[in-house]
Design a protein around this ligand. Structure first.
Ligand code: A3P
Length: 311
């Protein structure tokens, strides 16, 4: 498959000094390994109806959503002082469909752990997920903050200092639709349309709304994935404890997330700390020129204006 993927349209990111090449297949851009994993999942993955999919485009709050979903479904077994989240990076608590297929199949055989994560666009999800009516939870985020987050993540992952990685070029590339699992607007649009058609199986969450009302959104999430909080749990402060455990302040200060490495055995090894940067809404204001603001606002209006989604 490696050779086939190399025949797809490709783009080498010059602002990353050529350290990253993305390939386009099924209308989205990705690194070769994750295209490969996605295609393998499409060919062989058998979803269980009880599976719950945590879906997102990169840099939209995936780690946060994973941590919350994990804490919700494991709360009978662990509390905020014993949770594996204290010692394990959230990405490693939930397997990724396009990377950890074997582990997911093992989980299917040996446990009832329902969570599976994926960055795949809706139209590229394996057919069995859709035909099994699995629950899907999707998070999206303000595009300007995603662009800045994407820039820093790739810059850090490729070990380039700020002065060697021009933000303007990274912006132009993202604007042209070339981003990890992008175009970002198509990613949102796929899940958005599906959520309108099948609201009972797709929950659409917005990063900024979750910050404004964590309690309401965590309750909604728990209910949607089939693990609702009881009245007693609510009274005992279980929701607040989960929110605190999964907060940026808590997770980003844990030793595992400060000095640990993600996928340590892998060629795509990344330091956990780069998944926890600032988590601030509106950080884009420190990077965007007036011209960039105008361009991106116009683009979003063209691409997503009809949805009524505010990015
Ligand atoms: P910034 O780069 O703006 O700081 P993803 O998890 O999809 O890769 O998204 C990464 C973004 O989520 C980063 O944003 C990161 O700081 C932020 N983030 C990580 N953990 C978070 C948490 N617990 N709560 C809120 N945001 C978080």
């Amino acid at each position: 498959m490696e050779e086939t993927i190399k025949t797809f349209p490709q783009h080498t990111c010059s602002w990353l000094k050529g350290k990253l090449t993305l390939y386009k297949n099924q209308d989205f851009w990705n690194v070769r390994e994750f295209h490969e994993g996605g295609i393998m999942a499409q060919q062989s993955f058998e979803a269980r109806p009880s599976d719950v999919f945590v879906c997102s485009a990169p840099k939209t709050g995936t780690v946060w959503l994973k941590a919350l979903a994990f804490a919700i479904i494991t709360r009978e077994k662990y509390d905020e002082s014993t949770s594996p989240l204290l010692t394990t990076m959230p990405h490693e608590c939930i397997p990724l469909l396009e990377k950890d297929l074997e582990q997911i199949e093992e989980n299917h055989k040996n446990s009832c752990f329902p969570l599976v994560a994926t960055h795949l666009p809706y139209n590229s999800l394996p057919e069995s997920i859709l035909s099994s009516n699995c629950k899907i939870v999707y998070i999206y985020r303000n595009i300007k903050d995603v662009i800045v987050s994407h820039y820093h993540f790739l810059r850090e992952a490729n070990k380039l200092p700020l002065e060697d990685a021009p933000f303007e070029e990274a912006f132009d590339e993202f604007y042209e639709g070339v981003s990890w699992y992008g175009p970002y607007w198509d990613h949102i649009l796929g899940y958005w349309k599906a959520s309108l058609e099948r609201p009972e199986i797709i929950l659409f969450l917005k990063y900024e709304d979750m910050k404004k009302d964590p309690t309401g959104n965590v309750k909604k999430l728990a209910e949607f994935i089939g693990f609702p909080f009881t009245y007693e749990e609510e009274k005992a402060g279980v929701i607040e404890n989960i929110i605190k455990l999964c907060s940026f302040e808590k997770l980003s200060n844990l030793e595992v997330n400060k000095s640990g490495k993600h996928r340590a055995e892998d060629v795509n090894v990344a330091e956990n700390r780069i998944y926890f940067r600032k988590a601030k809404d509106g950080d884009w204001k420190n990077y965007f020129t007036d011209e960039m603001i105008e361009k991106i606002d116009k683009l979003i209006d063209e691409k997503l204006g009809a949805t009524g989604l505010v990015l």
